[in-house]
Design a protein around this ligand. Structure first.
Ligand SMILES: *Cc1c(COP(=O)(O)O)cnc(C)c1O
Length: 396
């Protein structure tokens, strides 16, 4: 199987088994819902518990799910090049699990300052209470190693960022992490295993919000934590059982169904997003485009070196005040106003100056930033919509 392309392997990972009598199997694995399992006799129970106690992923209860869950975990391992994957009820729960699996009271973490906003909330409300210290560093920091302290246990980053899409030099950070014996964890929601493969680039833990492109239809909350290190797998596994995370089989099934078409969706999103960039670049109201696959983006060289493709998420700064950009956002007809991205639909987010402030990469104070998710609509319609909405700023 490894000789095939990633997308082919993704489609052929964990198909349903043939019925031994009829020799027939469904194409799509069913959603196996259960809160617990039955054992044929006590011998089977004993054997199962013995294997479980050795750390094997056998099922003795419903909390970690059955075949449906294993199939999605295997698919995500295939995508990420991982050897261990665990599902969580959301992307944020996965970030939390990664932190809790690695850290203890008194530890210090280096965090890139472009991380998903709620990580900062987790820091303020939870990590501080647990006496875990965070230092935020810029994606452009010339010497992140200089920030490492004797109690630094982990580096946690996001690349590309999901607001300004800045590319981090992940292999370089991985080198620093290895040299100082600290864990490098990354939020790979942008890459979803298909566009960016952090474990191959040297990261130890990859976290994905399956809520976004993996599921792709904006109808499921789901996350995953992946690693290819046995020691970390054991820590993540034990921590997952300690906190009691569980995901519904129906949600897993929807994500499994969604992920099968991820490659074609991503190609369409990416192609349309580049066409939108070309349009935006020619518009006098546009100051700058933030999209690493766009050749004028400063992260383009790193994107070319480290990424296998792109998606539909981009930001654009406008030559007007943030307040003036509200007329543009309100005038859009095909872009829903909302957070999130990675579904089939186009979305727009008006980014508040306060949300940009922690990002040292943001160097256009006073200008407006708008994040767009370019969905699967016909791109000509999206461009026309953006064009008419930009006219609203000029008018107001
Ligand atoms: C959405 C998102 C998350 C969180 O995922 P949820 O499933 O919504 O909790 C984490 N990281 C990034 C980059 C995201 O965009």
């Amino acid at each position: 199987m490894t000789k095939h392309h990633l997308n082919t392997r993704l489609l052929h990972t964990d198909s349903a088994d043939f019925d031994p009598e009829s020799g027939i199997a469904p194409v799509s694995l069913p959603a196996i819902r259960t809160s617990t399992v039955r054992f044929r006799d006590l011998d089977v129970l004993d054997q199962t518990m013995a294997r479980k106690n050795k750390g094997e992923k056998v099922v003795s209860y419903g909390i970690a799910g059955l075949d449906t869950h294993r199939a999605l975990e295997n698919v995500i391992n295939t995508l990420e090049g991982g050897s261990y994957c665990v599902l969580n009820p959301s992307g944020l729960a996965s970030i939390h699990l990664a932190f809790m699996s690695v850290l203890k009271s008194g530890d210090h973490v280096l965090v890139s300052d472009n991380v998903y906003g709620p990580v900062r909330v987790m820091h303020e409300t939870l990590l501080k209470r647990l006496n875990i210290e965070l230092t935020y560093f810029s994606a452009e920091h010339p010497d992140p190693a200089s920030l490492i302290q004797p109690n630094t246990r982990m580096m946690y980053v996001e690349s590309p960022g999901s607001l300004l899409m800045e590319m981090l030099d992940l292999p370089r950070l991985a080198g620093i992490a290895r040299e100082h014996d600290i864990v490098l964890a990354i939020d790979n929601t942008w890459g979803a295993g298909m566009l960016y493969q952090p474990l191959a680039l040297g990261a130890d833990i990859s976290v994905i919000a399956g809520t976004k492109y993996i599921n792709g239809h904006s109808d499921v909350m789901l996350g995953a934590v992946v690693t290819n290190r046995d020691d970390l797998a054991r820590q993540i596994h034990a921590t997952q059982y300690a906190v009691g995370n569980s995901v519904s089989a129906d949600d897993v099934w929807l994500a499994l169904r969604g992920v099968k078409t991820m490659a074609v969706r991503l190609e369409h999103h990416a192609r349309s997003a580049l066409q939108v960039c070309e349009f935006l670049d020619s518009h006098p109201l546009v100051s700058r485009i933030y999209f690493p696959a766009w050749e004028k983006d400063p992260g383009h060289a790193l994107w070319k070196r480290d990424c296998l493709g792109s998606n539909g998420l981009l930001s654009v700064s406008l030559n007007c005040s943030p307040d003036a950009a509200k007329a543009f956002v309100n005038a859009l007809e095909l872009f829903g106003i909302g957070f999130s991205w990675g579904g089939f639909e186009s979305l727009v987010q008006w980014v508040s100056p306060g949300a940009l402030e922690p990002h040292s990469y943001w160097k256009e104070p006073g200008k407006a930033l708008v994040r767009l998710h370019i969905g699967l609509e016909k791109v000509e319609d999206l461009i026309q919509d953006l064009n008419q909405a930009l006219d609203q700023i000029s008018a107001s």
